[in-house]
Write a protein that binds this ligand. Structure first.
Ligand code: SF4
Length: 291
């Protein structure tokens, strides 16, 4: 597969029709995103992976394309380093590598010890357990809705119910790992920011808050989706309520640890570029989940 030149893509797309940084704190769900026309990240991905085959992670075309992008990215980084007078060799000295390893070990330890990270991991396992053990339930529900439709019940309402349940499962699956990944970025970002210029942080915002914000949004959407499953599968009420309570505790813990996250302004999403209707189920009132 011929992969377009990365630098020429960046130069061709260097115009105001793109919202700078819109992809920085998004949920990466491009299929459901209102900003595909204004996202440079999406434009680049679409040019590099234009068809179903090149987007299929199982295909040779995908991995060939990714490898070529990797090689081009390295080349681009080297060119930019030369342009800006940065000595990449110096950054790869034994001292720099040792310093990097020490810093990484510090970040890894902080993540491992973080109750927030532990709670996010526990959620991932809880969600996986629920979904994996519900395959027969999903099949039975599908058959039940089909039976009711054949029996002449309101077909439109039944279809809406099926879509809502499918949608809820998709939302949960999408965010199942995403929440933990974004919280790791928030935790490690907060440590790195301790060395950053406070004025710069005040002007541009903290990456840790942006990461925590998208994690919180993912939690909100997931709570809404679990609410839909709670109503749709009353036979699993106890396990679903346990997960909902766990997610709500995670939400409150993240808000405590990152008190400014909700107020973080994300380019495009929080700057009135478009009025975005949430494509996800509405969360139930959080008070009802509190202990
Ligand atoms: S902003 Fe939208 S289109 Fe761009 S990467 Fe994020 S989800 Fe995809």
């Amino acid at each position: 597969m011929a992969v377009p030149n990365l630098r020429s893509i960046l130069e061709e797309n260097d115009d105001d029709s793109y919202i700078e940084g819109v992809h920085n704190y998004c949920n990466r769900w491009c299929e459901r995103c209102p900003f595909t026309e204004r996202c440079l990240n999406f434009a680049i991905s679409s040019e590099i992976f234009p068809d179903a085959e090149s987007q299929d992670i199982q295909s040779r075309a995908f991995w060939d394309g990714l490898y070529r992008v990797f090689a081009q990215t390295l080349e681009l980084v080297r060119e930019m380093a030369v342009e800006q007078g940065v000595d990449l060799e110096a950054l790869d000295s034994p001292q720099e590598r040792a310093a990097y390893d020490r810093h990484k070990a510090l970040l890894d330890a902080a993540v491992e010890e973080s109750p927030l990270h532990q709670a996010a991991q526990a959620y991932t396992a809880l969600a996986a357990g629920w979904l994996d053990s519900s395959q027969e339930l999903f099949q039975a529900k599908g058959e039940e809705l089909t039976r009711l439709a054949l029996a002449g019940l309101d077909e439109e309402r039944l279809e809406a119910k099926a879509i809502s349940l499918t949608d809820a499962v998709e939302v949960i699956r999408w965010y199942q790992l995403f929440i933990g990944v974004k919280l790791i970025r928030a935790i490690t970002g907060a440590i790195d920011e301790a060395e950053d210029d406070p004025e710069m942080l005040a002007e541009f915002g903290r990456d840790s808050d942006g990461s925590a914000k998208i994690a919180l949004i993912a939690i909100d959407h997931s709570i809404g989706a679990w609410g839909v499953l709670l109503a749709g599968f009353p036979e699993r009420e106890t396990e679903t309520l346990t997960i909902l309570a766990h997610l709500d505790r995670l939400r409150r813990a993240a808000e405590r640890e990152f008190p400014n996250a909700r107020a973080f302004v994300r380019a495009g999403w929080d700057t009135g570029e478009v009025t975005v209707q949430p494509p996800h189920p509405t969360p139930p009132h959080s008070d009802s989940l509190s202990e």
